[in-house]
Design a protein around this ligand. Structure first.
Ligand SMILES: [Zn+2]
Length: 276
């Protein structure tokens, strides 16, 4: 059975210095810098070898066009995979949560993979709103985005990619963001991409009566909030793309993994929607 064999391996492709208030938490402490990992995931179902996002470029490019980046010995995704004993040629599917620069580098190294994203995200990525030239590494900046020349398979809405692995829409951080839901012996593990940055985003900010303390980094806060509610409704466990706590375990699920309560009602901290 696939579900018994399914394992999720986080790969840290490096660290970025980001602002607590501008990125991590809505109205958080502006000016406080925090080191966040840039994670992608290798999902092995026994039948399929899947990458969810493909991570950062080298530190020099990341620092020049984006944020101060420190690899601290971390490898880019193809080399990290080789170190785990998996040849990048064996990857048959790359699912992209979205096409921001820190989620797509080295994707061409997975040359036997189907590349999957949403049509809305691809449209924005190839012709970004000027405010997001850097996010998508637009050619007007004199660089070439990693996804240029790649043929994508476009999926919309809740879609099963292979048995036990599906995607569902989570727009808000970007226009066509999607999360990946992986069924495991421990329940549904949601790879949330940048719909949340760290686990704390799913917890309340009580003094404001916010049921969630969502990230600041949304192109659309209403859609972003709905997406967080949808993740809350689906996930027994959440793995974000920038959460240092993920690195405490090399593989998921693990023995004794504590599952979360889905859509837990907390008096005084109302939900706003039923999800998406
Ligand atoms: Zn992003």
């Amino acid at each position: 059975m696939t579900i018994e064999q399914t394992r999720i391996y986080p790969i840290n492709t490096g660290w970025l210095k980001t602002d607590h208030g501008t990125y991590m938490f809505f109205k958080g402490d502006a000016g406080r810098k925090v080191d966040l990992p840039v994670l992608c995931y290798y999902v092995d179902t026994g039948e399929h070898k899947i990458m969810v996002d493909t991570g950062l470029p080298d530190a020099e490019r990341a620092t020049k066009y984006h944020h101060s980046c420190d690899k601290k010995g971390e490898l880019e995704s193809p080399d990290a995979l080789r170190k785990m004993g998996v040849d990048p040629d064996e990857i048959d599917i790359c699912i992209f949560t979205h096409l921001h620069w820190d989620h797509v580098h080295n994707m061409k190294a997975f040359k036997n993979a189907r590349y999957i994203c949403t049509p809305t995200e691809l449209t924005m990525a190839v012709n970004p709103l000027p405010l997001y030239y850097r996010s998508y590494e637009a050619s007007i900046l004199g660089i070439e985005a990693p996804f240029l020349g790649c043929q994508f398979e476009l999926v919309e809405g809740v879609t099963e990619i292979v048995p036990g692995v599906s995607v569902f829409p989570t727009p808000g951080h970007s226009v066509g963001h999607q999360a990946v839901q992986v069924e495991t012996t421990a329940g549904s593990i949601v790879l949330a991409g940048d719909a949340i940055f760290v686990g704390r985003n799913m917890e309340p900010r009580e003094e404001e009566h916010w049921r969630y303390w969502v990230p600041q980094r949304f192109i659309n806060t209403l859609e972003g909030w709905k997406s967080v509610e949808e993740i809350d409704r689906r996930a027994d466990y959440i793995l974000g793309a920038h959460d240092p706590a993920v690195l405490e375990h090399p593989v998921y699920p693990f023995e004794g993994m504590k599952l979360r309560k889905k859509r837990e009602v907390i008096p005084g901290l109302p939900f706003y929607t039923g999800g998406l």
